[in-house]
Design a protein around this ligand. Structure first.
Ligand code: F6P
Length: 552
């Protein structure tokens, strides 16, 4: 499906440049004034979601052209290829089939010539039995005691998705075990997690698709040492270590019993893996039924994505708006602002999902892209962010398109907290759009005020640029089902953008160079070897480190 013309040479691209010139002169508020039905036309209801994208610098004509752009990039064909399990991750020669992980048990999902749904269901059943054994205390540690603490050791996709899910779905915690997440290589995270824990009642989940990631394997080894200090016998490892991996051989070599290895498949990308056995920590925290609800919610979003026409398709519309701002308005960042503290890890999760997927400039045909690709993703919960960086959103000269996300009903209905929070969200999206000009500020001043002269002097400081675009996604309630749908929505958005930019969203070669260099450096540092031969800065830093570092 090679594109006949590079993106920037397509007529539709040039038409969009013209639309941008037209629309940059118009305020979003004028678009509302010109079209009383704008909110209705520019919002999509799907399941328990309402996406309002009316506060964007877009109109129906430009939107139509963006949809033409998607068609000209063969988006429908790419979607079919994904669904049909073709090797669309061409650099790794793999299909991209996380959608199969959440398909119903009676659906056929074929890749590499076989229906993978039965294997997936088998693995889910294995997870279910394991979760039941732990919850009911049937699974015992080596000394016969129940497991009360579980530590998930993993990084990137083997950490962020499960960690986000367990934090976001806190109201669903069964409290059968206490779940901990260790990802970072520093000793602090692991040491502090293990502080006060008892190896007799602790289970380690080693979550690594490759079972070769330096951080995870090193931490797993340290955890094993900590465990064996008390348990002594190697055979006890089988009662306290399980692996989630596609590399059964390496997991076995580590000492994990074959029965304790939960499989995943090559066609599950790390950042798309919480739907697989990588979700074991989620199931242990909220139960298997709730884990299955997450899968069902994601599947509902899959159906919407594959079936809804593009004009009414939430992931497609979000993707096209992202392209519109990145490529035509030259906005290079995107803020994710969940007004729900349960979703506090969503910005970090989406950073990996989006930036590891679309932070690339080599196209599928090996040539460089002559246009911008994935934006910088960042964000924070509201209303916290309002007291940190919203100043920048409102008054800097950098425009940042925003995704506001809120659940309408809270699990924690304290006094009027929820209405206050929601008013803040709406006020912010309104202020970002409307802004305030000098006349409005001056009009608001009272000449009778004793402070009138000073207020006149500072009037310009109180003006707001406005016209900042935002999407608002309202979710009825943050349930496991809706949580699954939310993540699937962003996955598909990112996929659509990758198709239009003609890049492979499913590899991550950009993480390799640092890994290679680190593997040489760590050997030199640990053994205090010769650190010459690097550039002067690197050698200088290494020498300084060796001089100051205390023996561990
Ligand atoms: O950062 C690179 C990466 O490969 C991610 O894509 C992945 O989620 C993470 O490392 C962890 O990989 P693994 O699950 O194989 O340990």
């Amino acid at each position: 499906m090679e594109q006949a013309l590079p993106l920037e040479k397509k007529t539709v691209w040039k038409n969009l440049q013209e639309h941008k010139k037209r629309l940059e002169k118009i305020n979003i508020i004028e678009l509302f004034n010109n079209n009383p039905s704008r909110f209705k036309q520019c919002s999509i209801q799907q399941g328990e979601f309402l996406l309002d994208f009316s506060k964007n610098r877009i109109d129906e004509k430009a939107l139509k052209e963006l949809i033409k752009l998607a068609d000209s990039c063969h988006l429908p064909a790419w979607m079919n290829q994904m669904k049909a399990g073709h090797n669309i991750n061409h650099t790794e020669r793999r299909s991209v089939f996380h959608i199969a992980l959440r398909a119903p048990a009676d659906q056929e999902m074929i890749t590499d010539g076989r229906n993978v749904v039965p294997e997936i269901q088998q693995e889910l059943n294995k997870m279910e039995q394991f979760v039941k054994k732990i919850h009911e205390g049937e699974w015992r540690g080596y000394s016969g005691r129940k497991i009360t603490q579980v530590v998930n050791i993993g990084i990137g996709g083997s950490d962020l998705g499960p960690y986000l899910a367990t934090q976001s779905l806190r109201p669903y915690w069964l409290k059968k075990v206490e779940m901990h997440f260790v990802s970072n290589l520093d000793g602090a995270q692991l040491a502090l997690t293990l502080e006060g824990m008892d190896p007799e009642t602790t289970l380690f989940i080693i979550a690594s698709k490759s079972f070769a990631t330096l951080e995870t394997i090193y931490e797993a080894q340290t955890a094993r040492e900590w465990f064996l200090e008390k348990a002594v016998e190697h055979e006890h490892i089988q009662h306290h270590f399980v692996a989630l991996s596609s590399n059964v051989q390496k997991a076995t070599e580590f000492g994990i019993a074959a029965d304790n290895i939960f499989r995943m498949w090559d066609w599950v990308g790390g950042r798309y893996s919480l739907w697989s056995s990588i979700g074991l920590s989620i199931a242990l925290t909220i139960g298997m039924d709730n884990f299955r609800s997450i899968l069902a919610g994601a599947h509902e979003m899959d159906k919407h994505f594959f079936e809804a026409d593009f004009r009414h398709n939430i992931p497609v519309i979000l993707a096209l708006l992202g392209i519109w701002y990145r490529n035509f308005f030259d906005y290079n960042t995107q803020a994710i602002l969940p007004y729900d503290s349960l979703l506090h890890l969503l910005p970090s999760y989406l950073q990996q999902l989006d930036m590891e997927s679309n932070g690339k400039h080599i196209k599928r045909n090996g040539a460089s892209a002559n246009y911008a690709t994935g934006p910088i993703i960042w964000g924070e919960t509201g209303s916290n962010g309002q007291h940190a960086f919203f100043q920048f959103l409102h008054q800097s000269d950098t425009v940042v398109p925003v995704d506001f996300i809120a659940s309408i009903n809270t699990h924690y209905p304290l006094r009027d907290h929820q209405s206050l929070l929601f008013s803040n969200l709406i006020a912010q999206s309104e202020a970002l759009m409307k802004g305030r000009n000098l006349d409005e500020v001056l009009e608001s001043l009272s000449p009778d005020s004793p402070d009138y002269d000073h207020q006149q002097l500072i009037a310009r400081y109180r003006t707001f640029r406005g016209n900042t675009p935002s999407n608002t996604l309202l979710i009825n309630k943050l349930t496991p089902h809706n949580f699954g749908a939310l993540l699937a929505m962003y996955e598909h958005k990112i996929f659509v953008q990758g198709v239009i930019w003609n890049i492979n969203s499913f590899d991550q070669w950009g993480v390799e160079l640092g890994k290679e260099l680190a593997s040489h450096l760590q050997r030199d540092l640990i053994h205090g070897l010769n650190v010459e031969g690097h550039d002067p800065s690197t050698t200088g830093l290494l020498k300084h480190y060796l001089k100051i570092s205390e023996p561990s």
